[in-house]
Design a protein around this ligand. Structure first.
Ligand code: IMP
Length: 175
C-alpha cells in the first residue's frame, strides 16, 4: 500500500461528523428520520453519522453508477438499486460521501421527491464546489475541499482504499 498524503485525520472526521449529527438531531428533534445512503461511498459516513444522532432512525440505501472505475465523471447517472422501504411521508436525509459535479445528488433528489417525503435533506461529508456542473448544494456539509481526488473513509478509486480510516489525496499520477 503506497503512502498517501492525509487530508483529514480520523479524529478530524469524527469531530465534524459529530457536529453534523448534532445539527440533524436538533433540526428533527422528536421526529423519526430515514438515513438514505448512496452506495457504496457513503456507507462508512452513514454508519458513523447515525451513531451521533439520538433519534428514532432507520437506514436505507440507493445504488447509482456514474464513475465506472475511473476518476473522471461520465456525466451520466443510473439508478442500480432503489430504496427498500417507501419514503412517502418520511423525514429523509440523503447521505452522500462527496458532492462533486452535483449530477448524482440532483438526480437522486428528483427521484426521492417523487416519493413525496415529509422532508428531504441532503448531507455530504465533502464538497468540491470547483467541479460543480449544476447549481446545487447540500444542507449538511462536513468539509469544503479543493479539487483533489480523495480516497478513504468509504471513498474509492477503482474500488480500492475504501477501508482507510483517514481521508487521503490520491495524486494524479496514480489515476
Ligand atoms: P457527482 O455526481 O459528480 O457529484 O459525484 C458524486 C460521486 O462521485 C460521489 O458520490 C463519489 O462516489 C464520486 N466521487 C467524486 N469525487 C470523488 C473523489 O474525489 N473520490 C472518490 N469518489 C469521488
Amino acid at each position: 500500500m503506497p503512502e498517501l498524503q492525509i487530508l483529514f485525520t480520523r479524529e478530524q472526521i469524527a469531530g465534524r461528523v459529530a457536529e453534523l449529527g448534532a445539527e440533524i438531531a436538533r433540526d428533527f428533534a422528536g421526529q423519526p428520520i430515514v438515513l438514505l445512503g448512496v452506495l457504496k461511498g457513503a456507507s462508512v459516513f452513514l454508519g458513523d453519522l447515525a451513531r451521533t444522532i439520538p433519534l428514532d432512525a432507520t437506514f436505507d440505501f440507493l445504488g447509482v453508477s456514474s464513475y465506472g472505475d475511473g476518476a473522471s465523471p461520465g456525466g451520466e447517472v443510473r439508478l442500480i438499486k432503489d430504496v427498500d422501504q417507501s419514503m412517502a411521508g418520511r423525514n429523509v436525509i440523503l447521505v452522500e460521501d462527496i458532492l462533486d459535479t452535483g449530477l448524482t445528488l440532483d438526480y437522486l433528489k428528483r427521484i426521492i421527491s417523487t416519493h413525496q417525503p415529509r422532508a428531504l435533506r441532503t448531507a455530504a461529508l465533502l464538497d468540491k464546489p470547483a467541479r460543480r456542473r449544476i447549481t446545487i448544494s447540500a444542507d449538511y456539509v462536513g468539509f469544503v475541499i479543493p479539487d483533489h481526488f480523495v480516497v478513504g473513509y468509504g471513498m474509492d478509486y477503482a474500488e480500492r482504499y475504501r477501508n482507510l480510516p483517514d481521508i487521503h489525496i490520491l495524486p494524479p499520477e496514480m489515476f
